[in-house]
Design a protein around this ligand. Structure first.
Ligand SMILES: Nc1ncnc2c1ncn2[C@@H]1O[C@H](COP(=O)(O)OP(=O)(O)OP(=O)(O)O)[C@@H](O)[C@H]1O
Ligand SMILES: O=P(O)(O)OC[C@H]1O[C@H](OP(=O)(O)OP(=O)(O)O)[C@H](O)[C@@H]1O
Length: 231
């Protein structure tokens, strides 16, 4: 059986993903030219590479289109329901680090924890005539964290596909859930992370779509072992 691996085609994860595979003895080359969306592993006809964006990799691994993928844990957990039944996290790759966090305006001096935020949410309608609003593209992670982990039910998510940190200042939402790495975008927008407001510490992962045929496929095991050995 040919084993397929989906790797980031662009952006911050592309080079690091190829480098890890090269160190693991799986040297990847593009088929055709550098802009091609297909690749191969030198000397291996039993492995095929597809290049996709990090968010597409999450979706397609969930659908079982590929056997393996490299993408951010945040995108996998946000993109898929029943994630642990559908994919196995085989290795954390040590790049693409970003935290998914809850951040509120710095001027909310009395709000430092999720419990404080729960109090604000409970009073919000009485004070402002509407629910607390959260700008994010991480709908699923936000709902799990607010409703599931912290029992906060009174909020409304406002979908944000870019410049999320600007939402409180522009008035389109009260608070945000977004990723941060250096923290500079949050600081520039006068937002602070709640002390227990880290939803997920994400990094790039090697993930495997759970498929019945994998159990006795030696190439599947070889890929996982080779990548783990160079971390
Ligand atoms: N500073 C950062 N900003 C955004 N994403 C980051 C950052 N650091 C690491 N990442 C990770 O990179 C991944 C997103 O990568 P990228 O933006 O290339 O993918 P994408 O969402 O598919 O791209 P696009 O939105 O352009 O289609 C996520 O897993 C995210 O956690
Ligand atoms: O904590 P920091 O180091 O400031 O990084 C966080 C910022 O980086 C990302 O945006 P970016 O403009 O890189 O791209 P994206 O939103 O298109 O992914 C992300 O959405 C945050 O806004």
């Amino acid at each position: 059986m040919t084993i397929t691996i989906a790797l980031p085609s662009k952006g911050r994860m592309k080079e690091d993903a190829s480098e890890i595979f090269a160190r693991a003895g799986l040297r990847i080359t593009a088929v055709g030219n550098d802009r091609s969306y297909r690749g191969r592993v030198e000397g291996r006809d039993d492995i095929e590479i597809a290049f996709l964006s990090a968010s597409e990799i999450s979706r397609e691994i969930g659908n079982g289109t590929f056997d393996f993928g490299v993408t951010g844990e945040d995108l996998i957990r946000e993109g898929l329901t029943q994630v642990d039944e559908r994919v196995e996290f085989c290795a954390r790759l040590g790049f693409g680090h970003a935290d998914v966090v809850v951040a509120v305006p710095e001027i909310w001096l009395d709000v430092d924890t999720m419990a404080d935020l729960g109090d604000v949410a409970a009073d919000f309608r009485a004070r402002h005539g509407r629910r607390l609003t959260i700008a994010t593209k991480y709908w699923r992670l936000t709902q799990q964290f607010f409703s599931g982990n912290h029992g906060i039910q009174l909020y409304r998510i406002v979908e944000s596909l870019g410049a999320t940190e600007g939402a409180p200042a522009s008035g389109s939402a009260d608070i945000i859930v977004d990723i941060t790495s250096t923290g500079s975008t949050l600081r520039a927008n006068h937002l602070k992370i709640l002390s227990d407001g880290v939803i997920l510490k994400s990094e790039a992962c090697l993930v495997r779509a759970r498929k019945p045929g994998h159990a006795d496929d030696p190439v599947v095991e070889e890929i996982v072992r080779a990548v783990r050995a160079v971390l």
